[in-house]
Structures are given as structure tokens and as C-alpha cells.
Design a protein around this ligand. Structure first.
Ligand SMILES: [Fe+2]
Length: 207
């Protein structure tokens, strides 16, 4: 018997949310209001949780995130109760802003929902490999591309997305990612979150 196993897979969720326009408009409005009280929403990410508000946009997105977590857990085969909290914050990237490679310690899953993206705009004199406003995720198994050849699944060490409003992505919190610079004079706004588990001994693997 011959078996082909996918060992150490990385599960990643990409969902374009239906009917996102109206609740997303409310979220953008909320972010603008919050920014009046705190100009550093992105760096003060441990406070100013936009999903703690009881109003249309946050209520809708909270529901969508919870549904995404439920689907993720089912997909990876977790068939027992899991409790979590959503810790969310706002990312506002203006011209030149970016977020260098990082992961999200002390969380189980992480994700981002995109509220507003700059248009393509006029191409400036940039190199062809510059990908403004994209987000890149890196293969957590560092170096697996080193000896890979074309068409094998490990040949590309990165996965890059140019998000659009209404897109929700979620991944294991340990995955390194990089938010490319915003080179436009339009604002790029997203809402990131960590899924933090409320601990239970049921989470321990059976020995
Ligand atoms: Fe991040």
C-alpha cells in the first residue's frame, strides 16, 4: 500500500463576505470617530477594540468572524466545544505606512477584514516587483523552497494577496506576514483580530 500524506499543513481561510457594503460603511464611520479620540489606533492595538461597540457594523463583523472560526475548527477536525474571545484593532495605513514581517504571539488564530483599499491609481515610477498594499504570508517551514522545483507545492515560500473591501482572511497566529507599503495618497483601512482561547484542559492532546 502506498500512502501520500500532507504532513504539517497550514490551514488558511479566505472569504469574500456577502452583503458587506452597508455594515462596512458603518465600520468605517466608527473608525473615523474613534480616530478623533486617538490618533494612534494602529499602534495602541491592545486597546480601542472596534468590535466592542454595539452597533450595526461591529455586530455584523463579530458574527462573520465567529462563523469563520466555527468553520475553521470544523475543517481541521475539532469536534468538541471551544471557547474564544475576539481581540480586534484597527489598521490605518496612509502614504508610506507598512507593517514589517511579524506574527501575533499569545493568540490561536489571527485574521484581517478589509474595510477600504486605495484604488490602483496612476502608476508611479516603481519597480515591477513592488506590490503596494498587498499582504504576504510566508511558509512557516523556513527553507522548504530551497530544494523545490517547478510544480511541487513547496516551490513558492510566499503567498501574496491584494485584498479588496469585504475580504476576510484568517490563519494560524504563528504565521509570519508582511503588509506592503501604501504608496497612494488614499487611506488603506483594515480591521485585524486575534482569536484568543479561553483555556480548557480539553484542549490537551491525548498522550
Ligand atoms: Fe498582523
Amino acid at each position: 500500500m502506498t500512502e501520500f500524506l500532507d504532513l504539517f499543513p497550514t490551514k488558511f481561510v479566505r472569504r469574500q463576505l456577502p452583503d458587506y457594503e452597508e455594515p462596512t460603511r458603518d465600520l468605517i464611520k466608527l473608525v473615523r470617530e474613534m480616530e478623533k479620540g486617538n490618533k494612534s489606533l494602529t499602534t495602541d492595538y491592545r486597546e480601542n477594540n472596534p468590535l466592542e461597540y454595539d452597533r450595526a457594523g461591529p455586530n455584523w463583523l463579530r458574527g462573520e468572524i465567529n462563523q469563520t472560526v466555527i468553520a475553521y475548527l470544523k475543517e481541521i477536525g475539532i469536534d468538541y466545544p471551544v471557547n474564544w474571545q475576539i481581540h480586534a484593532w484597527t489598521n490605518i495605513n496612509r502614504q508610506g505606512d507598512y507593517h514589517d514581517p511579524h506574527n501575533h504571539p499569545h493568540a490561536y488564530l489571527s485574521g484581517t477584514y478589509y474595510l477600504k483599499m486605495p484604488g490602483e491609481g496612476a502608476k508611479k515610477r516603481q519597480r515591477s516587483d513592488v506590490r503596494p498594499n498587498c499582504i504576504t504570508f510566508y511558509d512557516p517551514r523556513t527553507g522548504f523552497n530551497m530544494s523545490s522545483i517547478r510544480n511541487d507545492p513547496y516551490v513558492d515560500p510566499e503567498f501574496t494577496v491584494l485584498p479588496e473591501p469585504g475580504l476576510l482572511m484568517m490563519w494560524p497566529a504563528a504565521m509570519m506576514h508582511f503588509v506592503h507599503p501604501n504608496l497612494s495618497d488614499e487611506t488603506r483601512i483594515s480591521l485585524s483580530f486575534n482569536i484568543v482561547l479561553k483555556w480548557s484542559d480539553d484542549y490537551l492532546p491525548t498522550q
